[in-house]
Design a protein around this ligand. Structure first.
Ligand code: ADP
Length: 159
């Protein structure tokens, strides 16, 4: 049976930290489904279509990736796509409390879906989409944080 995992997030926009986690996961699982979560309470800089396009362009070098956009509950998406695992990235201890709560909540709802935490390369442990957007406003060099495709999209937002 194929080992399928889902990697959910907002990806507003996808950073080198996200890509690092996806590349590592793609070596472990047969297929990774990147799930762009639509949360109507969360205001994003990029709409779902733009986020999908940036993820697609960023993962073109990997051949076992699917990308979907959804407003459904993540455990339902996992079940629907025969994924047994949810991947989450852990940057620092500060991520832990929140991730622990979400993982155990998901387990209460669906006991057959497990969460796995992946650590990025340490050079990405400080990196978040929020910080990247703040730096983009000041037109600083973004090459440590996002790839050139995403950097250009950010530049277009803050002309
Ligand atoms: P962010 O927290 O940057 O807004 P998302 O909601 O898109 O990110 O996060 C999706 C997943 O990716 C989460 O599990 C988050 O912890 C993880 N993640 C985000 N940035 C990084 C990074 N730099 N390194 C490792 N994991 C990350």
């Amino acid at each position: 049976m194929k080992k399928i995992a889902i990697y959910p997030g907002t990806f507003d926009p996808i950073t080198l930290g996200h890509i690092d986690i996806i590349e590592r996961s793609a070596k472990i699982f047969d297929k990774i489904i990147v799930v762009i979560g639509i949360n109507f309470q969360k205001k994003t800089l990029f709409n779902a279509e733009e986020r999908l396009d940036m993820i697609k362009q960023s993962l073109i070098h990997l051949n076992n990736i699917d990308i979907i956009v959804t407003d459904e509950l993540i455990v339902n998406i996992a079940e629907k796509h025969n994924a047994t695992t949810i991947i989450r990235g852990l940057r620092a201890v500060s991520d832990f409390d929140y991730e622990f709560q979400i993982a155990l909540t998901n387990r209460k709802i669906r006991n057959n879906v497990d969460t796995i935490f992946m650590l990025p390369d340490e050079k990405y442990t400080y990196l978040s989409s929020t910080v990247v957007k703040e730096i983009a406003i000041y037109k600083e060099n973004l090459s440590y944080f996002v790839n050139s495709y995403v950097a250009n999209k950010l530049k277009e937002k803050f002309v």
